[in-house]
Design a protein. Structure first.
Length: 214
Protein backbone atom coordinates (compact mmCIF):
# COMPACT_ATOMS: atom_id res chain seq x y z
CA UNK A 1 0.00 0.00 0.00
CA UNK A 2 2.71 2.47 0.93
CA UNK A 3 4.70 1.75 -2.24
CA UNK A 4 1.61 2.32 -4.37
CA UNK A 5 0.81 5.60 -2.62
CA UNK A 6 4.39 6.83 -3.10
CA UNK A 7 4.43 5.84 -6.78
CA UNK A 8 1.24 7.69 -7.62
CA UNK A 9 2.29 10.74 -5.62
CA UNK A 10 5.57 10.80 -7.55
CA UNK A 11 3.57 10.67 -10.79
CA UNK A 12 1.60 13.76 -9.80
CA UNK A 13 -1.66 12.17 -8.63
CA UNK A 14 -3.77 13.29 -5.69
CA UNK A 15 -4.04 10.22 -3.47
CA UNK A 16 -6.52 9.39 -0.73
CA UNK A 17 -5.47 6.52 1.50
CA UNK A 18 -6.83 4.74 4.53
CA UNK A 19 -4.48 4.54 7.50
CA UNK A 20 -4.32 2.66 10.77
CA UNK A 21 -4.87 5.19 13.61
CA UNK A 22 -2.18 3.65 15.85
CA UNK A 23 0.57 3.70 13.22
CA UNK A 24 2.61 6.77 12.16
CA UNK A 25 1.77 8.25 8.77
CA UNK A 26 4.55 7.37 6.32
CA UNK A 27 4.36 10.54 4.23
CA UNK A 28 3.46 14.20 4.70
CA UNK A 29 3.14 14.88 0.96
CA UNK A 30 0.75 17.74 0.22
CA UNK A 31 -1.15 15.59 -2.30
CA UNK A 32 -1.81 12.79 0.16
CA UNK A 33 -5.06 12.81 2.09
CA UNK A 34 -5.31 10.31 4.92
CA UNK A 35 -8.62 9.00 6.19
CA UNK A 36 -9.56 6.59 8.96
CA UNK A 37 -12.49 4.34 8.06
CA UNK A 38 -13.70 0.93 9.18
CA UNK A 39 -13.91 -0.97 5.90
CA UNK A 40 -15.66 -3.83 7.67
CA UNK A 41 -18.64 -1.48 7.82
CA UNK A 42 -20.47 -1.09 4.50
CA UNK A 43 -22.10 2.12 5.69
CA UNK A 44 -18.79 3.68 6.82
CA UNK A 45 -17.00 2.67 3.61
CA UNK A 46 -19.75 4.04 1.37
CA UNK A 47 -19.87 7.29 3.34
CA UNK A 48 -16.11 7.69 2.93
CA UNK A 49 -16.24 7.07 -0.83
CA UNK A 50 -19.11 9.53 -1.25
CA UNK A 51 -17.10 12.15 0.65
CA UNK A 52 -14.11 11.57 -1.63
CA UNK A 53 -16.31 11.94 -4.71
CA UNK A 54 -17.98 15.06 -3.35
CA UNK A 55 -14.60 16.69 -2.81
CA UNK A 56 -12.72 15.48 -5.92
CA UNK A 57 -15.61 14.88 -8.39
CA UNK A 58 -13.96 11.82 -10.00
CA UNK A 59 -11.96 8.73 -9.05
CA UNK A 60 -9.41 7.62 -11.67
CA UNK A 61 -8.17 4.52 -9.88
CA UNK A 62 -8.71 2.52 -6.73
CA UNK A 63 -6.28 -0.03 -5.29
CA UNK A 64 -7.88 -2.16 -2.58
CA UNK A 65 -5.13 -3.70 -0.45
CA UNK A 66 -6.91 -4.36 2.85
CA UNK A 67 -7.14 -8.01 3.88
CA UNK A 68 -5.94 -10.73 6.21
CA UNK A 69 -4.40 -14.19 6.20
CA UNK A 70 -4.95 -17.39 8.16
CA UNK A 71 -3.66 -20.94 7.99
CA UNK A 72 -5.86 -23.98 8.55
CA UNK A 73 -6.57 -27.39 7.04
CA UNK A 74 -10.14 -28.62 6.52
CA UNK A 75 -10.18 -30.45 9.86
CA UNK A 76 -9.09 -27.30 11.68
CA UNK A 77 -11.33 -24.82 9.85
CA UNK A 78 -14.76 -24.09 11.21
CA UNK A 79 -17.40 -22.08 9.38
CA UNK A 80 -16.70 -19.18 11.76
CA UNK A 81 -13.11 -19.13 10.50
CA UNK A 82 -14.33 -18.98 6.92
CA UNK A 83 -16.74 -16.17 7.79
CA UNK A 84 -13.93 -14.20 9.44
CA UNK A 85 -11.72 -14.49 6.36
CA UNK A 86 -14.69 -13.66 4.13
CA UNK A 87 -15.22 -10.44 6.05
CA UNK A 88 -11.53 -9.50 6.00
CA UNK A 89 -10.81 -10.31 2.38
CA UNK A 90 -14.08 -10.07 0.47
CA UNK A 91 -16.37 -7.70 2.34
CA UNK A 92 -13.68 -5.04 2.86
CA UNK A 93 -13.01 -5.13 -0.90
CA UNK A 94 -16.67 -5.14 -1.90
CA UNK A 95 -17.59 -2.32 0.49
CA UNK A 96 -15.19 -0.05 -1.43
CA UNK A 97 -15.45 -1.59 -4.91
CA UNK A 98 -19.23 -1.20 -5.18
CA UNK A 99 -19.46 2.59 -4.66
CA UNK A 100 -16.24 3.18 -6.61
CA UNK A 101 -17.46 1.04 -9.51
CA UNK A 102 -20.79 2.87 -9.52
CA UNK A 103 -18.98 6.21 -9.71
CA UNK A 104 -16.66 5.04 -12.46
CA UNK A 105 -19.58 3.77 -14.54
CA UNK A 106 -21.19 7.19 -14.21
CA UNK A 107 -18.03 9.07 -15.22
CA UNK A 108 -17.26 6.57 -17.99
CA UNK A 109 -13.76 5.49 -17.04
CA UNK A 110 -11.60 4.16 -14.23
CA UNK A 111 -9.40 1.33 -13.01
CA UNK A 112 -10.06 -0.82 -9.94
CA UNK A 113 -7.40 -3.16 -8.56
CA UNK A 114 -8.45 -6.02 -6.30
CA UNK A 115 -5.88 -8.19 -4.56
CA UNK A 116 -6.26 -11.90 -5.13
CA UNK A 117 -3.86 -14.68 -4.18
CA UNK A 118 -2.45 -17.92 -5.47
CA UNK A 119 -4.62 -19.97 -3.05
CA UNK A 120 -7.64 -18.07 -4.34
CA UNK A 121 -6.67 -18.50 -7.99
CA UNK A 122 -6.37 -22.30 -7.92
CA UNK A 123 -7.32 -24.81 -5.25
CA UNK A 124 -4.02 -26.69 -5.55
CA UNK A 125 -2.23 -23.64 -4.14
CA UNK A 126 -4.57 -23.44 -1.14
CA UNK A 127 -3.59 -26.55 0.80
CA UNK A 128 -3.63 -25.73 4.50
CA UNK A 129 -5.24 -22.34 3.86
CA UNK A 130 -8.89 -23.31 3.46
CA UNK A 131 -10.65 -20.21 4.80
CA UNK A 132 -8.15 -17.83 3.20
CA UNK A 133 -8.30 -19.56 -0.18
CA UNK A 134 -12.08 -19.63 -0.24
CA UNK A 135 -12.36 -15.95 0.65
CA UNK A 136 -9.82 -14.89 -1.95
CA UNK A 137 -11.46 -17.01 -4.66
CA UNK A 138 -14.45 -14.67 -4.50
CA UNK A 139 -12.23 -11.74 -5.49
CA UNK A 140 -11.73 -13.31 -8.92
CA UNK A 141 -15.45 -13.92 -9.35
CA UNK A 142 -16.22 -10.35 -8.33
CA UNK A 143 -13.78 -9.00 -10.91
CA UNK A 144 -15.33 -11.17 -13.63
CA UNK A 145 -18.82 -9.94 -12.76
CA UNK A 146 -17.79 -6.29 -12.64
CA UNK A 147 -15.92 -6.55 -15.94
CA UNK A 148 -18.90 -8.23 -17.56
CA UNK A 149 -21.17 -5.45 -16.34
CA UNK A 150 -18.71 -2.82 -17.59
CA UNK A 151 -18.29 -4.21 -21.11
CA UNK A 152 -18.33 -1.47 -23.71
CA UNK A 153 -16.99 1.11 -21.25
CA UNK A 154 -13.53 2.24 -20.16
CA UNK A 155 -14.02 0.85 -16.64
CA UNK A 156 -11.73 -2.11 -15.93
CA UNK A 157 -11.33 -4.24 -12.81
CA UNK A 158 -7.91 -5.86 -12.45
CA UNK A 159 -6.85 -8.61 -10.06
CA UNK A 160 -3.33 -8.50 -8.64
CA UNK A 161 -1.94 -11.91 -7.65
CA UNK A 162 1.34 -11.41 -5.78
CA UNK A 163 3.60 -14.12 -4.44
CA UNK A 164 5.43 -13.36 -1.19
CA UNK A 165 6.08 -9.63 -1.04
CA UNK A 166 9.51 -8.48 0.11
CA UNK A 167 8.60 -6.47 3.20
CA UNK A 168 10.37 -6.09 6.57
CA UNK A 169 7.51 -7.97 8.22
CA UNK A 170 7.81 -10.96 5.86
CA UNK A 171 11.59 -11.05 6.21
CA UNK A 172 11.22 -11.13 9.98
CA UNK A 173 8.64 -13.94 9.90
CA UNK A 174 10.59 -16.01 7.32
CA UNK A 175 14.27 -15.27 8.03
CA UNK A 176 15.57 -18.38 6.23
CA UNK A 177 13.75 -17.71 2.94
CA UNK A 178 15.37 -16.62 -0.32
CA UNK A 179 14.41 -12.96 -0.34
CA UNK A 180 15.72 -12.47 -3.88
CA UNK A 181 12.90 -14.63 -5.26
CA UNK A 182 10.18 -12.51 -3.67
CA UNK A 183 8.38 -9.71 -5.47
CA UNK A 184 9.24 -6.19 -4.37
CA UNK A 185 6.48 -3.80 -3.33
CA UNK A 186 7.92 -1.19 -5.68
CA UNK A 187 7.55 -3.61 -8.62
CA UNK A 188 3.89 -4.08 -7.77
CA UNK A 189 3.42 -0.31 -7.60
CA UNK A 190 5.09 0.14 -11.01
CA UNK A 191 2.78 -2.51 -12.49
CA UNK A 192 -0.34 -0.92 -11.04
CA UNK A 193 0.71 2.44 -12.43
CA UNK A 194 1.32 0.96 -15.89
CA UNK A 195 -2.21 -0.45 -16.00
CA UNK A 196 -3.50 3.07 -15.32
CA UNK A 197 -1.63 4.61 -18.27
CA UNK A 198 -2.64 5.03 -21.91
CA UNK A 199 -0.18 2.27 -22.83
CA UNK A 200 -2.53 -0.23 -21.16
CA UNK A 201 -5.76 1.33 -22.43
CA UNK A 202 -6.74 -1.67 -24.56
CA UNK A 203 -6.29 -4.26 -21.79
CA UNK A 204 -9.44 -5.84 -20.36
CA UNK A 205 -10.16 -8.41 -17.64
CA UNK A 206 -6.52 -8.67 -16.47
CA UNK A 207 -5.33 -11.14 -13.87
CA UNK A 208 -1.82 -9.90 -13.10
CA UNK A 209 0.51 -12.57 -11.68
CA UNK A 210 3.35 -10.92 -9.79
CA UNK A 211 5.41 -13.95 -8.85
CA UNK A 212 8.99 -12.85 -9.62
CA UNK A 213 10.97 -16.09 -9.14
CA UNK A 214 8.92 -17.73 -6.40
Amino acid sequence: GQAIVKKFLNEGFYVVGTIVPTEPVFTDHSNFEKIVVDLMSEEAAEKAIKAIISKNKTIDGAVLTVGGFAMGKVADTRSADILNQYKLNFETAYHVARPVFTQMMQQGYGRIFLVGSRPGLTARNGKGMIAYGLSKSLIFRLAELMNDEAKGTDVVTCVLVPSTIDTPQNRKSMPDADFSSWVKAESIAETVYFYCTDAAAAIREPVIKLYNNS
